[in-house]
Structures are given as C-alpha cells and as structure tokens.
Ligand binder design. Structure first.
Ligand code: FAD
Length: 277
C-alpha cells in the first residue's frame, strides 16, 4: 500500500519565544517524520500577516516545503497581489487558499471574499506557479445552507483552479467517506485529504469544535469527561481513538492526512509512530 501524503499544520506563534521554539525544536523533530509539506495558518483580517510570512520565510530558507494559508480578510487586490509576489520570490510553491472568518469586532466593516474567488485571483495573477489547497467540510461548513450546496461550493473552488482540498477535522469517519462519495457524484475528481486533530486538551477541543462545526461523538465526550483532570488518561485514550481513525482512513485508501499539530511534536508523533508510518 502506498504511503499516504502526510502534512503538518502550524499556527503562527504570538511571542518570539514561541517562534524560536517552533523553528528550532518543533520543526526539526516533525521534519524527521518526512512530511510532504508544512502549512502555517493566517489570522482573520491579516492579524498574523507578518508572523505567518516570517515563519514561512524562515522555514523555506531552511529548505523546508511550506505553504502559507492566505485569505483576503480586509485586504485589497493590490495588497494580495504583493503578498503573492513576495511568496513567489521567497521560493514558496504551495498555498492554502481560504475565505477565512470575520474577526470579532469587525461587524459589517469587512466584506469576506469567498475562497473560489481567491483561487481565481491567484491563478489570474500567478498562473500555475502555486499548488493550491482549499478547505473542505465533511460535516458541512457551519454557515452552509445545506449539504449539497456546500459540496457544490467545494467543486467551484476546485474548478477555479485549486489542486486539492484538506478537510476540517472530524472524528466520524463515516462522514468523511460519505462526503467523498457525494463529491465524486458531483464530479469532483481531485484529492480530498483528511484533516486530523490529535486529542490532547479535551475542554479546548470541545469549545473549538462547537464553533467550527466539527462533531465530537457522544461516546468520546462521555469517556473524556469521565477522566476529569486525569490528563494522562485523556492523552492515552485520545491517542487510541485518533490512531484507529487514521488506520481506518489509510486502510480505505484515503489519499493523505493533514495533522493539525497545534505546534506540538508529541501528540502527532505518537499517532504517527502508532500507525507504523
Ligand atoms: P468558502 O469555501 O468561501 O465557504 C464559506 C461559506 O460560504 C460556506 O458555508 C460555503 O458553503 C459558502 N460559499 C462558498 N462559496 C460561496 C459562493 N461563491 N457564494 C455563496 N456562498 C458560498 N481560518 C483562518 O482564519 N485561518 C486559517 O489559516 C485557516 N486555515 C484553515 C485550513 C483548513 C484546512 C480548514 C478546513 C479551515 C481553515 N480555516 C482557517 C477556517 C476557515 O477559514 C473557515 O472555516 C471559514 O469560515 C471558511 O473558509 P473557506 O475557505 O472554507 O470558505
């Protein structure tokens, strides 16, 4: 069986210490696992513009294949074109293109640009230079009108020139497989990589999942809540659940796994090792 494509996602650290740790400790450790690429998220409304650019540039200088996430946020076309040019000059060949969300407090001050329009813009300005990933939602984007329209909007992003998609994380494996079937039926033939979130801090995960529309199945919640403050049991159970999820995905021919590392080595490395990758 071919090894699935593996990629690792970071968020841009808020402090210099966090940035140093990410670049000098976390990245070399995760890079030993031979990912195809790393990606670095982009804060809504350009709040992390410089940090994302800085982290991505330093990683690229170290010879690592890294993809910045981009979204228009409140930026105009000139600013976006300039950012794309900067990434091109710094040897970046891959992007994750997103609409992003409205930063809190922005109200109606900002008009979000859908990801399909951003993909069109990138292709228009830079041709085939970048390999473009977009986001996909097996449990459906929280603002979506209905299931089928969300699948159609994914198709629109891919038809606009994106090469492949990475999913929001999920723990219901059936939702991913059903989604793949629905996408295929809608005429999508590009790879849809599975986004995987290791389970470490249950309370944080539960809060985040409510906002992004990812469901934590009841049996997992019940088990986690039963552990209370016993972090070691949460870690061990989380490792078993997510390893099993990844194994099922790989056994079923999933094209690859994108780990939401949360800038930590151990949770992702433990899953990776348990899978025997
Ligand atoms: P879109 O694909 O534009 O879709 C947004 C919503 O609008 C959906 O409900 C869709 O059904 C609908 N829609 C899409 N196109 C149209 C259209 N043309 N007309 C009408 N309706 C439409 N957030 C960040 O802030 N920074 C990040 O770095 C980041 N990285 C992410 C990486 C991945 C792999 C994933 C899965 C998500 C990421 N997110 C990130 C979260 C993402 O920004 C949010 O989920 C956001 O709400 C939607 O972005 P999108 O690109 O999926 O939007």
């Amino acid at each position: 069986m071919a090894k699935p494509r593996i990629s690792f996602e970071y968020f841009p650290p808020k402090t210099d210490t966090g940035k140093d740790k990410l670049l000098s400790e976390t990245t070399p450790a995760l890079n030993e696992l031979n990912p195809e690429f790393f990606s670095v998220t982009y804060g809504a409304g350009g709040t992390t513009r410089d940090t994302t650019l800085g982290v991505v540039s330093t990683m690229r200088e170290a010879g690592i294949d890294v993809a910045p996430h981009i979204s228009f946020g409140g930026d105009d076309e000139d600013t976006m074109a300039e950012l794309l040019q900067t990434y091109k000059e710094r040897g970046i060949k891959r992007l994750v293109a997103l609409r992003g969300d409205m930063p809190s407090g922005m109200g109606a001050a900002m008009q979000l640009v859908y990801a399909n329009e951003l993909v069109e813009f990138v292709r228009d300005k830079t041709g085939d230079h970048f390999n473009i990933e977009v986001a996909a939602y097996p449990e459906i984007h929280p603002e979506s009108k209905n299931y089928d329209s969300d699948v159609q909007f994914l198709k629109k992003k891919l038809d606009a020139g994106a090469n492949s998609a990475i999913t929001q994380y999920f723990y219901n494996v059936e939702a991913y497989f059903y989604y793949l079937d629905q996408c295929m039926a809608a005429g999508i033939d590009k790879p849809i990589y599975a986004g995987i979130m290791p389970i470490t801090n249950y309370q944080n995960l539960a809060r985040f999942s409510r906002n992004c529309g990812a469901e934590i199945p009841r049996w997992i919640c019940q088990k986690m809540e039963g552990y209370g403050d016993d972090q070691e049991s949460i870690r061990q159970f989380g490792l078993e659940v997510v390893t099993q999820l990844c194994q099922t995905l790989m056994d079923s021919g999933c094209p690859g796994i994108h780990f939401y590392t949360m800038n930590q080595v151990e949770p992702t490395r433990a899953i990776y090792n348990s899978l025997g990758l």
